[in-house]
Structures are given as C-alpha cells and as structure tokens.
Write a new protein. Structure first.
Lengths: 113, 116
C-alpha cells in the first residue's frame, strides 16, 4: 500500500507571491498522481493529474506539478497566487491495479491580501 | 455544478437513530465510493462498488451498511452510530475498467454528519 505525505499542513502566502505545496509518496512502482482542491463546504475537485508522458502537468488556472520519479515527489506550484486560491489541497496516488486511491492529509493554503 | 449529488448536506442524529445518506452520479461512471473525511486525517476509503458489486470494504464497522442498487445510485445506511463517527462523508465516482487507477475520482459535496 502507498502512503502519501504532505509535510506542510498550513501554508500562508501573500497575494501574487509564488507557492509550492509538497507531496511525496512511498512507492516507486508505476503510479498515477493527482492533486485535488477543496473549497469550504464542498467536495474535492480535480486540479490536475499525471498519468504518463511529460513529467510537467498544468491546470487551467495556473497551477503546475512536476512528477519526479527518483524523488517520488509530485509538488504543486503556482508562480503568483490569488485570493481565490485559498483552499485545502490534497495529493493523491493510485496504482495500476484496483480502485484504491491514497490521499495525503491535505495542505491548507491561505492567501493573504 | 457537480455531476455527483449527495443528500442531505447536513445531518444530526442521535446514537439510537437510523438514517441513510444518498448519492447519485450523472456521469455514466461504473465505480462509486464512500469516503470519510475527518479533520487532519487522510481521506478514509470505506466502500467501493464496481458495476454494482462491492469490491472493497476497508474494515468498516457494521453500523455502516452500503447499498448500491444500480451504477448511478449509492446509499450509506447508518444505525447506532458513535460520536466519533461525526465527519464529512464524501461520495465519489470514477470511469474506468476494474484494475486501472487512471480514471480520477469525481466527488460530491458531502454530507456533514454530527452524532450526538
């Protein structure tokens, strides 16, 4: 079974500053990687995913994440955050078999005006 | 607008009550899931159904009973719950063949359950 580590439980950042949310997973077997975002009183929404191919994947709202197989990491970055990016962010991993998704404990991003 | 609808959004129940959570997906997916979300803990997978058949049951107490009458509907029947069962219960669905993890999960907005 996988374990997913999000070391930063809370990340405060000023508006228009860059941000990186870290995610590491335990196993180096073939995996699929996801970032989800959760706004207050809502469910999780898919932000971006890595399945294969280019190790850098992007979302439509300016976030990007890079798959690093040797470091078993999938860190999420944005060069300039907005107030509307304030939310909880979850990293998730699935393997090539089964329907099991492993989630991290989440990182609360707070953008300060 | 979410393709996965959960009702009710909030539920308060006593430990002796019986209630049910409902989930409906409008995405044509063939797998449905129940997750429990508690503060500062990873999402806990409770149950998975593929083509209406239960494929995962992660040692969930019997006071939680799932039901999947068809690929679009999923229920979670609750009885004699404990205060520690208070949490956000999330339903999700995914498209994809059994045995692949490529298809991402699509979540509903959850039911906030409080057990008094």
């Amino acid at each position: 079974a996988q374990s997913v580590t999000q070391l930063d439980s809370q990340v405060p950042v000023f508006e228009e500053a860059p941000v990186e949310l870290r995610c590491n997973y335990s196993s180096s077997v073939s995996v699929y990687l996801f970032w989800y975002v959760q706004y207050p009183n809502q469910g999780l929404q898919l932000l971006l995913k890595y399945l294969s191919g280019s190790t850098l994947v992007e979302s439509i709202n300016g976030f990007e994440a890079e798959f690093n197989k040797s470091q078993t990491s999938f860190h999420l970055r944005k060069p300039s955050v907005h107030i509307s990016d304030t939310a909880e962010y979850f990293c998730a991993v699935s393997e090539g078999t089964g329907n099991q998704f492993y989630f991290g404990t989440g990182t609360s991003l707070t953008v300060i005006p | 607008e979410t393709g996965v609808t959960q009702t009710p959004r909030h539920l308060v129940m006593g430990m002796t009550n019986k209630k049910s959570l409902k989930c409906e997906q409008h995405l044509g997916h063939n797998a449905m899931y129940w997750y429990k979300q508690s503060a500062k803990k990873p999402l806990e997978l409770m149950f998975v159904y593929n083509f209406k058949e239960q494929t995962e049951n992660n040692s969930v107490p019997s006071r939680f009973s799932p039901e999947c009458p068809n690929s679009s509907h999923l229920f979670l029947h609750l009885h004699t719950l404990q205060p520690e069962d208070s949490a956000l219960y999330l339903c999700a669905s995914s498209q994809g063949e059994v045995g692949t993890g490529e298809s991402p999960l699509h979540f509903g907005n959850g039911t906030r359950l409080t057990v008094t």
